[in-house]
Design a protein around this ligand. Structure first.
Ligand code: SF4
Length: 679
């Protein structure tokens, strides 16, 4: 038997751990640790250790399918692509929407957005990053000039104080948590901000600020007020590197700590202790994720965190900064590649100048100049949807409404690796090659570009996403603009149009650990720490303070719906479960959902641990067993959202205004009812 070891990157979270695929007779038989890989040093979490299993899961797509009655019939590639091309030719640009995925490679994503802009002439393109960090990008661009992680995973060990805000990092980024644990062994302090006493709060926190949901702004303002009262701000940094401090100082001076205590549910003594601990640290590091971002006021939450870091001068050194933890393996890359309604590749803002610049680079006239629609707005308004590797029937808010909208569309194309909940509603289904079956690059949480290698052939007639889209472009008469012979050829074009990637090549990416952008030339080593040159990336090079007022959630609890529902992830599953629910080892560990409810609340409702209850919102209802615990605040409940048979997103709803259009996944008003058992 021929055995081969192929080095690659885990397909799940954005930590970017290295692994070896063990290939036996053309099949991936297992995963082995990659000990020399600097990110994970041979360690992997349960998802990484069983990363290959989903490839052989049921409902793998192997041939193009076309809807026939209530089912599908098999079709040739030619027939399926002809059908799509004809329908696209007959549509106006604004009638077509492209929903892509942060699981895909940079090459897949780049080609998809190029197709949307060059062939269909629309900026209607987006990814589920809309549901993760659409608040990060505008918030951090307005404060420090760029919406990225500012330090590296390895440099986290250099921090001596962490604020972990709205992230269950030990469960969802265990190999990043490992760095924090190492720093902690050397004396670093950890402050966790979370309404739940998660495993992160329990195992890592020196101080747990167990706030009421959606009160982060009030808490952070309170911490800044303390820092100023104690004289712990970094005056020299503020004067030399920032603007807007005076307005913020004045606003904070007028806040009442008693009111902050009341709003947040955290005592002023604990707020003071956390503020002083962070401000006194030599290197303070803020890490945040969905608990901060997934609010209608998410932009305000992140601006407040940036204020806190600027107030204390925590930028430009390894182990500092305000660091968004992107969830998907290629969340960062999807933004870098321009798979966003308002940015061309390299975060060039959509407009006349961008259209001219990319028109020249691509040799195509008439590129779109107006911002496109966002993810949910495309589901609402477009007649034709091209859905690539994303599964809104599980991930989008208010899934009952999403189903209705998809059923009404003139044409829904789904390009994916499995017959997902969304693919079942499609008119045309295109089989794509999965991770391990194609080569390409991804850009991890800390701007680390890494190479994922092909180890085996895709099943049946499945093809890499970038190749499918190139073939569709050819059907629409634009083949010469999509004449790529390999993923590497696509990457060579990416290097030419995205300056931060100019110095990165497939050859250089053979090195374990890849290269962190910006990397402007082939002799540049890559960038571990942003802003180390003493300048932010704003037009004036300065950090901008914002006054952020506390506003609260969009749908506050009331008498009828008295519980705040938080949705979230768990260690054994990944997003919509398309891959992990088809991984026997992971699904056996956690086969179904539950609702976490406080002991006192359960007692008041007469609910016992394990009893199935109905959770209802203004948009839907699901039935799940109760998990009664003291780890969640009274009035708050939590449901993991990976499970399509009990879709937590049937309950979620409010969506922010532009620019983020972020759904408030971290606060929906719900009620809990006992389910009558008929005798
Ligand atoms: Fe994969 Fe993330 Fe686990 Fe590393 S921490 S093995 S990248 S899921």
């Amino acid at each position: 038997m021929r055995v081969e070891y192929v080095p690659t990157i885990c397909p799940y979270c954005a930590t970017g751990c290295g692994i070896y695929l063990v290939v036996k007779d053309g099949r991936i038989a297992g995963v082995e640790p990659w000990k020399e890989h600097p990110v994970n040093e041979g360690k992997n979490c349960p998802k990484g250790r069983s990363a290959h299993e989903f490839l052989y899961g049921k409902e793998r797509l192997e041939k193009p399918l076309i809807r026939e009655g209530s089912g599908f019939r098999e079709a040739s590639w030619d027939e399926a692509l002809e059908l799509i091309a004809e329908r696209l030719k007959g549509a106006e640009p604004e009638e077509v929407g492209f929903l892509s995925s942060c699981k895909l490679t940079n090459e897949d994503l780049y080609v998809m957005q190029k197709f949307a802009r060059c062939v269909v002439k629309t900026n209607n393109i987006d990814t589920p990053s809309r549901f993760c960090h659409s608040t990060t990008v505008p918030a951090l661009i307005s404060t420090v000039g760029t919406g990225v992680m500012e330090t590296s995973t390895m440099s986290l060990e250099e921090a001596d104080c962490f604020i972990i805000a709205g992230s269950n990092i030990k469960e969802n980024y265990p190999l990043i948590a490992r760095r924090i644990m190492r720093a902690r062994e050397r004396g670093a302090k950890v402050i966790v901000i979370d309404p739940r006493r998660t495993i992160t709060a329990r195992d890592l926190a020196d101080i747990h600020l167990q706030i009421n949901p959606a009160t982060d702004v009030a808490l952070i303002n309170g911490m800044m007020k303390v820092i100023l009262e104690e004289g712990l701000e970094d005056r020299e940094f503020i004067e030399r590197r920032t603007v807007g401090f005076e307005e913020l100082r004045k606003y904070l001076s007028e806040l009442d700590m008693g009111e902050i205590e009341r709003i947040t549910g955290v005592s002023r003594e604990l707020i003071r202790e956390a503020a002083v601990t962070y401000a006194r640290a030599e290197r303070g590091c803020i890490l945040y994720n969905a608990g901060i971002c997934q609010h209608v006021e998410g932009i305000g939450n992140i601006r407040a965190l940036a204020d806190l870091a600027m107030l204390t001068g925590n930028f430009g050194k390894p182990g500092t900064g305000v660091n968004p933890l992107r969830g998907h393996i290629n969340g960062e890359g999807s933004g870098d590649m321009g798979v966003v309604n308002v940015f061309y590749p390299g975060f060039v803002r959509v407009g006349e100048d961008a259209a001219r610049k990319f028109g020249e680079l691509w040799g195509v006239e008439g590129l779109p100049t107006e911002p496109g629609l966002t993810y949910m707005d495309m589901i609402e308004k477009c007649r034709i949807l091209y859905i690539q590797g994303t599964n809104p029937m599980v991930s989008a808010p208010n899934t009952n409404d999403v189903r209705k909208k998809l059923e009404e569309k003139e044409l829904v194309v789904v390009q994916d690796i499995f017959m997902t909940e969304t693919a079942r509603l499609a008119d045309v289904v295109l089989p794509a090659a999965a991770w391990g079956e194609k080569t390409g690059t991804v850009t991890e949480v800390d701007r680390r570009v890494q190479l994922m290698r092909k180890a085996v052939e895709p099943p049946g007639e499945a093809k890499p996403d970038w190749k499918i889209v190139c073939e569709l472009a050819a059907k629409m008469g634009m083949g010469e603009k999509f004449n790529f012979g390999s993923a590497e050829e696509v990457f060579e074009e990416i290097r030419r149009v995205v300056p931060a990637y100019a110095g990165i090549s497939y050859k250089r990416l053979e090195k374990a650990g890849g290269i962190q952008w910006p990397c402007p030339s082939e002799d540049h080593p890559g960038t571990d720490t942003m802003f180390a040159d003493g300048k932010f990336r704003t037009p004036d090079g300065l950090g901008h303070f914002f006054v952020v007022e506390y506003k609260g959630p969009a749908e506050p609890v009331d008498e009828e719906y008295p519980f705040a529902l938080l949705t979230g992830r768990v260690m054994f599953h990944y997003h919509t479960g398309t891959m992990t629910r088809r991984t026997p080892r992971l699904d056996a560990e956690m086969p179904s959902a539950w609702v976490e409810i406080n002991v006192e609340d359960a007692k008041a409702l007469g609910i016992n641990d394990g009893e199935v209850v109905a959770v209802k919102s203004r948009r839907g209802e699901i039935r799940v067993p109760a998990r009664v615990t003291g780890n969640i605040k009274r009035g708050v409940v939590f449901i993991p959202w990976h499970f399509s048979e009990t879709p937590a997103n049937a309950l979620t709803g409010p969506i922010a205004e532009p620019p983020s259009r972020m759904p408030e996944f971290k606060y929906s008003a719900v009620k809990i009812e006992k389910v009558e058992v008929r005798g």
